[in-house]
Design a binder for this molecule. Structure first.
Ligand SMILES: [Fe+2]
Length: 263
């Protein structure tokens, strides 16, 4: 499996705090069945978290070497989780932001409260430069929880949605769990990722349990699409496939009504 969202680089953001912790996280990934992980440290304009692509790549190379030395079967690729900001399009022109691996996919962090004014123009400017937006954990945004119809616009604009596995287990609170289920029922999810931050709580060890929840909601074919097929397409630079409505219809009717009827 491939994880497209991970804070396993040591000492660069609020993720792993040491090389030892990063190696522990790498072992957890290996045990959970992952072969590739994209390191996506936070990039937030105007803060101390503004790594350059060069810095990320140097750290990734050094972590890969240590992972190999330890005999762990995992490869790490460079990426960033870029907080939504009007400065993103010009910085992409200057190659100051790191897309996911060698691709033109950019992982954009959804704000936890409200989207900045003019967010539609920011996404348009990013995509008109040939980049594709993968929106990280939109289920954790309060404004989107209040106005879930905004998701229709994301899907119409070709913005892809990455949901955190842990949201299905309630680890990000009741609202995020509710919204994750709403998006699953709408068929609006494109891929799932761990958003791992440490070796104690937020890591790949919960994925198997979350996968059972997701499978109950969307069926086994959609689970494969979100967990394996679409993440593979991202790293191949290919467009993503939408969830199959056919498999959603397998979801018991009573459940569907609850998901669609809520709000
Ligand atoms: Fe993250």
């Amino acid at each position: 499996m491939i994880d497209l969202h991970s804070h396993l680089l040591p000492g660069i953001d609020d993720g792993s705090t040491s090389l030892q912790e990063s190696l522990k996280m790498a072992r957890i990934y290996e045990e959970a069945g992952y072969g590739q992980v994209v390191a996506t440290p936070h990039w937030i304009a105007g803060t101390s978290w503004m790594p350059t692509p060069g810095e990320v790549r140097v750290q990734v190379a050094s972590l890969n070497q240590r992972i190999k030395d330890e005999g762990i079967n995992l490869s790490v690729l460079p990426g960033m989780e870029i907080a939504l900001d009007p400065k993103i399009p010009p910085l992409l022109d200057e190659e100051k932001l790191q897309p996911l691996g060698q691709t033109s996919y950019v992982l954009i962090e959804t704000p936890f409260q409200i989207l900045p004014l003019g967010w539609e123009q920011i996404f348009f400017a990013i995509e008109s430069r040939g980049y594709t937006v993968l929106l990280a954990h939109p289920e954790r945004c309060a404004q989107l929880a209040d106005k879930p119809m905004l998701f229709d616009g994301f899907i119409e604009k070709g913005i892809y949605l990455q949901i955190n596995w842990a949201s299905f287990l309630g680890y990000h609170g009741r609202e995020a769990a509710r919204l994750a289920r709403y998006l699953a029922a709408k068929g609006y999810i494109h891929c799932l990722a761990t958003d791992s931050h440490d070796a104690d709580n937020r890591h790949a060890g919960h994925v198997q349990r979350a996968a059972r929840e997701v499978e109950n909601l969307v069926g086994p074919k959609n689970l494969q699409l979100l967990a394996r097929e679409n993440p593979t397409r991202v790293l191949g630079g290919e467009p993503l496939a939408p969830m199959s409505r056919q498999n959603l219809q397998d979801t018991p009717k009573s459940k569907q009504r609850w998901f669609f009827g809520h709000r």
